[in-house]
Design a protein around this ligand. Structure first.
Ligand code: SAM
Length: 182
C-alpha cells in the first residue's frame, strides 16, 4: 500500500558517500479489508508561521507554551530517533527499534486484544509495545540473551506503560517538550 521512509537521524559515518540515515518500512496488507486507525496516530506539531482566518487560528491551537497543530501522519517519518543510550528503553541490542516507531504501526494496524507477531523479536520492542497498548503478542528470537532482555522489559512494562514521544494518545514532534500542556 505504501512505502514509509523513516529518517532515523543517526547513521554510520562515511567518507566516500552520503551516510545512510534512513530505513524503509513497507506497509502491506493481505487483502483490501484491513485495519487502519489513522485517527490513532495523529502527530502534534509546533506551528511556526500560524495562519489565521478572520483573526482566528486556522487548524491550529494557541496555548501558553506555543502554537500546535494535530496532523495526520505522512509516509515520511522524521519525528523518531533511534533509542539513544540515555533513553529508558535502550538495551545493548545492536539494531533495536524505538518503541515510538513500533507504537505507530501497532496503533494504526491493530485493535486492542489483537495478536501482534514479530518473528525476529530482537530485544523485544514489538512485544513490549503490544503489551503497553493492550494487544497480545507472539515473539520469536533465536538469541537467548536477547530473549532474556525481552522478558525483563516486559516485566518493567507491567508497571510503566509509557512510550517516549507518545502521550495523551498523540505522537509528539521531535524536540517539542512533551511536558507542554495544551
Ligand atoms: C533487526 S533485529 C530485530 C530488532 C528488534 N526489532 C528490536 O527492536 O530489538 C533481528 C533479530 O532477529 C533475530 N533472528 C535472525 N534470524 C532469526 C531466526 N531464523 N529465528 C529467530 N530469530 C532470528 C536476530 O537474532 C536479531 O536479534
Amino acid at each position: 500500500k505504501n512505502r514509509i521512509t523513516w529518517q532515523r537521524e543517526k547513521g554510520r559515518g562515511s567518507r566516500s558517500n552520503w551516510k545512510n540515515s534512513m530505513e524503509d518500512i513497507w506497509f502491506c496488507t493481505k487483502s483490501d479489508t484491513y485495519t487502519f486507525n489513522v485517527d490513532h496516530v495523529k502527530m502534534r506539531k509546533k506551528v511556526w508561521a500560524p495562519y489565521t482566518k478572520g483573526g482566528k487560528p486556522k487548524d491550529w491551537e494557541q496555548t501558553k507554551t506555543g502554537n500546535f497543530r494535530d496532523t495526520y501522519p505522512s509516509n515520511f517519518w522524521n519525528d523518531i530517533t533511534i533509542p539513544f543510550w540515555s533513553m529508558a528503553e535502550n538495551t545493548a541490542h545492536p539494531t533495536q527499534k524505538p518503541e515510538k516507531l513500533i507504537a505507530k504501526l501497532v496503533l494504526a494496524s491493530s485493535n486492542k486484544g489483537d495478536i501482534i507477531l514479530d518473528p525476529f523479536l530482537g530485544s523485544g520492542t514489538t512485544s513490549v509495545v503490544a503489551q503497553k497498548l493492550g494487544r497480545n503478542y507472539i515473539g520469536i528470537e533465536q538469541n537467548e540473551r536477547y530473549a532474556t532482555w525481552t522478558e525483563k522489559r516486559l516485566e518493567s512494562a507491567l508497571t510503566d506503560s509509557s512510550i517516549q514521544g507518545y502521550r495523551q494518545q498523540i505522537f509528539w514532534d521531535r524536540n517539542v517538550q512533551e511536558t507542554q500542556k495544551r
